[in-house]
Design a protein around this ligand. Structure first.
Ligand code: NDP
Ligand code: GDP
Length: 332
């Protein structure tokens, strides 16, 4: 990567999460000065950015608190703002719909307002989601497909998406949505199905667990590799005009296929004795399938997902095996 962006300032909300940590790495490699918004927790949660702590500036803030966002923008004076912070887990959004709406929905408006007041020349990336397509109107889904969200998370992301479009149209701000399909990595939270599977299979392989309890196995997702998707976020903000882009692999696999590939990778051909269906992990409403068409990102930004599910499964299972054996200090 070149260093023509030397000294540019970027503010990343959600820097402690999966995407925020990869994005911070890539921005640093490009020469950016990186600021990260971090909320106060009783036990600090910086393991994903532990290796970056001497190179990023962390600012206290929370999407609930408009004043803290204003302060963070004044302190960082960003040219680029990446809003990745969210209550990001669909499952929990059914139990905490109001918190999800506050953070994942209204929090975005608080940040847009702070940008309007303090950094109106900045470029703003919003982490929109394929969950907005929900009960899909057609397949594959692209930037023109109608939304029908199926969870409080999907509803909040849809509100935030339209707020971004509205701030672009109302105030002429550079605000873009990345409508990204599921993307995973060794840093994915363990409650998400891919990481739950890679961690569970690694534990079974090492004799640390005997069962993996899952919900619905028949749903299909378009799973990609997170480091490639954060590169897309950056490309979206380098475009000549603000716009909305889908990021996806264009391939769809079922949860069951992911399970099968993960067990096969550790030499277990018959996974069925190890997997138990548990109603606790089923949702009141499901998104049965998601499959994206990222043609616009390819044509306009030169972006394409390269890592597909078979490779993704291997790298995630291998990383969890290494973590459990103590031979890897942290998720790659
Ligand atoms: P993570 O859950 O790993 O990270 C979420 C981040 O948001 C964490 O840093 C978290 O901080 C922070 N956060 C949560 N609540 C607040 C709050 N009230 N104020 C400030 N920060 C907060 O998500 P991902 O990295 O996977 O995803 C990044 C974004 O992209 C999210 O908005 C997600 O919804 C969206 N997205 C993700 C997709 C995916 O497949 N990964 C697909 C499409 C969209 P803490 O560490 O303290 O909890
Ligand atoms: P999502 O697409 O953002 O909801 O990502 P998840 O990884 O949470 O879920 C992907 C799919 O896996 C959904 O259809 C879930 O219902 C399904 N799934 C099946 N079992 C589980 C489970 O035990 N945990 C999670 N998180 N999802 C599961």
């Amino acid at each position: 990567m070149g260093t023509s962006f030397e000294g540019r300032r970027a503010l990343v909300t959600g820097i402690t999460g999966q995407d925020g940590s990869y994005l911070a790495e890539q921005l640093l490699e490009r020469g950016y000065r990186v600021y990260g918004l971090v909320r106060r927790l009783s036990t600090p949660n910086t393991q994903n950015i532990a290796h970056l702590l001497d190179r990023v500036v962390l600012l206290d803030g929370d999407l609930h608190d408009a004043a803290s966002l204003d302060t963070a923008l004044r302190a960082s004076e960003p040219e680029e703002i990446y809003n990745l912070a969210a209550q990001s887990f669909v499952g929990v959004s059914f139990n905490q719909p109001v918190v999800t709406g506050e953070v994942t929905g209204l929090g975005v408006v608080r940040l847009l307002e702070a940008m309007r007041a303090r950094a109106d020349k900045a470029r703003f990336y919003q982490a929109a989601s394929s969950e907005m397509f929900g009960k899909v109107k057609r397949s594959p889904q692209d930037e023109t497909t109608e939304f029908h969200p199926r969870s409080p998370y999907g509803v909040a992301k849809t509100y935030a998406y339209w707020a971004c479009v509205n701030y672009r149209e109302s105030y002429g701000l550079f605000v873009s949505n990345g409508i990204l399909f599921n993307h995973e990595s060794p840093r994915r939270g363990r409650e998400f199905v891919t990481r739950k599977i890679s961690d569970g299979v690694a534990r079974i392989k090492l004799g640390l667990a005997s069962k993996l309890k899952l919900g619905t196995l028949t749903t299909h997702r378009d799973w990609g590799y997170a480091p490639e998707y954060v590169d897309l976020m950056w490309r979206i903000l380098q475009a000549p005009v603000p716009s909305d882009f889908v990021g996806a692999t264009g391939e769809m696999h079922s949860v069951e296929e992911f399970v099968e590939l993960a067990f096969r990778h550790v030499g277990i051909e018959d996974w069925r004795p190890y997997v138990e269906e548990d109603p606790r992990f089923k949702r009141p409403a499901e998104v049965d399938l998601l499959c994206g068409d990222a043609k616009k990102a390819k044509l306009e930004l030169g972006w394409e997902a390269k890592v597909k599910v078979p490779e993704l499964v291997k790298l995630m299972v291998d990383n969890d095996l290494a973590l459990l054996r103590g031979s890897a200090p942290r998720a790659a």
